[in-house]
Design a protein around this ligand. Structure first.
Ligand code: HEM
Length: 460
């Protein structure tokens, strides 16, 4: 018959490919390996688990067919992230009742219409960012850290009525340090044999302490709400505490509400801050695009006009900058799927039921089959007349199917507003000639990214 083996790089007897996987930026390494396999997929054995990596858009199209593939949690780093997000939306097994319940209860809170309700909070926090940068006039600022303050404060305030007040503080909130360390630890656990994890006793104590810190914070957020403090009752937390699922007639239990809040605090900020950081980086590298963005902002928001929701929705250049940034710098660089039954993809590659299949965003989003001049940052690709010609499965920054990102509109609304406000007010100077230094921890962000900010008003 016509079956062909899935090729692999050379491994080591007994240990497979585990020793060669770098402990920092493993997904960047998986992306580099892709260049050796023009057929668009390869296999690796990591910590005793066979994994298949795919990026050819036609193979990806098959893996995105939900009648054949589902989002598997076991055998992936998400199995370890469950240590702190439990059956929250991101890490719930497809078969867990909690996934369907929370999905149905929360979906209306993420429609484009619902975004209007969060706009005031988004604006307030974006103005805090502007205020900080005005105080830093002419000085270097850590762009990624300040966007992290922005996105964390925004999801906490609009979702849970809770104020981190990150811009009032010199250091990032302890929640963020705990989260980063926990993410790194869960990634590490997914790449080593369980025996190794057991031997690292001090790391395990640290991991538990970090998880406790995150949970304590979330318990206090929920407690505040229960005691009637905090703002709107119809935000995410209000819905989770009050709403009943139309299908089961049940509400979410207390542990699940806690896990969802932790989930949203993480999923709701990590990625959007990466998007904004990579977008700012891309604008610095593409002055013609930056000029177009300034022109749009100056046309729609002349002088000190405070942007309203409708103006943000009328933007054209800024949304295309965000889409192109998500193509070249998808903050979630890899997502996992698995066949429901034994199957064959590409007419010849056999995948057994339960195989872990990883979709590599970077190589997919730059596949020459789907993209012209793939490495070029070109926002013209996203003009309506050009996007109709895109390969239907060559762009997956928000994942796929029922497990795709629920917060997409939230992220894009928040990012449009933040970028518009920042460009209305500031010019950037890359005096240290920043070289991209990606830092992966489930999501990826530019590390050590500093620029000097100057007010546009005083220098024009
Ligand atoms: C799921 C990307 C912003 C909440 C996902 C997935 C991706 C993604 C790729 C699927 C993961 C998988 O298949 O394993 C992004 C990007 C964002 C972003 C690139 C920003 C640019 C947000 C925001 C929120 C959010 C702002 C919340 C306010 C979630 C949740 C899930 C999810 C809860 C799990 C959904 C489910 O499985 O039911 N996101 N996300 N995300 N995202 Fe986002």
């Amino acid at each position: 018959n016509d079956l062909r083996p899935i090729r692999s790089p050379r491994g080591v007897p007994f240990l497979g490919h585990t020793p060669q996987i770098p402990s920092t930026n493993p997904v960047a390494y998986f992306g580099e390996l892709s260049q050796q396999f023009p057929e668009g997929l390869y296999g690796l054995e990591i910590a005793g688990i066979e994994q298949v990596f795919v990026w050819d858009p036609d193979l990806v199209a098959e893996v995105c067919d939900e009648t054949r593939f589902f989002k598997q949690i076991d055998k992936t780093p998400l199995a370890h992230v469950r240590d702190y997000t439990g059956a929250g939306l991101f890490t719930a097994h497809q078969h867990e009742e909690e996934w369907g319940m929370a999905h149905r209860v929360l979906l209306p809170a993420f429609s484009q219409r619902a975004m209007k309700g969060y706009y005031g909070q988004m604006l307030e926090i974006a103005q805090n960012l502007v205020g900080k940068w005005e105080r830093k006039e002419g000085q270097p600022v850590n762009i990624t850290d300040d966007y992290t303050r922005l996105t964390l404060d925004t999801i906490a305030l609009s979702g849970f009525g809770y104020r981190f007040d990150s811009f009032a503080k010199e250091d990032l909130h302890p929640f963020l340090k705990a989260l980063l360390e926990a993410l790194v630890e869960s990634l590490r656990r997914s790449q080593e044999l369980p025996m190794m994890t057991k031997m690292r006793k001090a790391d395990d104590r640290k991991y538990r302490a970090n998880i406790q810190l995150m949970r304590d914070l979330v318990e206090s957020v929920i407690k505040e709400r229960r005691e009637g403090k905090g703002t709107a009752e119809d935000d995410l937390l209000g819905l989770m505490l009050e709403a009943t699922d139309p299908e089961t007639g049940k509400g979410l239990d207390d542990d699940n509400v806690r896990d969802q809040v932790v989930t949203f605090l993480i999923a709701g900020h990590e990625t959007t801050s990466g998007l904004l950081s990579f977008a700012t980086y891309s604008l610095m590298r593409n002055p013609q695009v930056l000029a177009q963005a300034y022109a749009e902002v100056d046309r729609l928001l002349p002088g000190d006009t405070v942007p309203d929701y409708d103006t943000i929705m009328q933007m054209d250049v800024i949304p295309r900058i965000l889409e192109e940034t998500l193509r070249l710098w998808a903050p979630i660089p890899m997502i996992g799927k698995s066949p429901i039954e034994d199957t064959v993809i590409g007419g010849c590659y056999e995948l057994k039921k339960g195989t872990q299949v990883n979709l590599l965003e970077g190589p997919l989003h730059t596949h020459p089959k789907a993209w012209d001049r793939p490495e070029e940052f070109d926002i013209e690709r996203w003009l309506p007349e050009n996007r109709v010609n895109h390969h239907p499965h060559a762009y997956k920054p928000f994942g796929n199917g029922v497990r795709a990102c629920i917060g997409r509109q939230f992220a894009l609304t928040e990012a449009r507003l933040a970028l518009a406000l920042v460009l209305q007010k500031f010019k950037f100077a890359d005096t240290d000639d920043y070289k991209m230094d990606v830092k992966e921890a489930l999501t990826r962000k530019p590390g050590g990214f500093e620029l000097k900010v100057r007010s546009r008003r005083e220098h024009e």
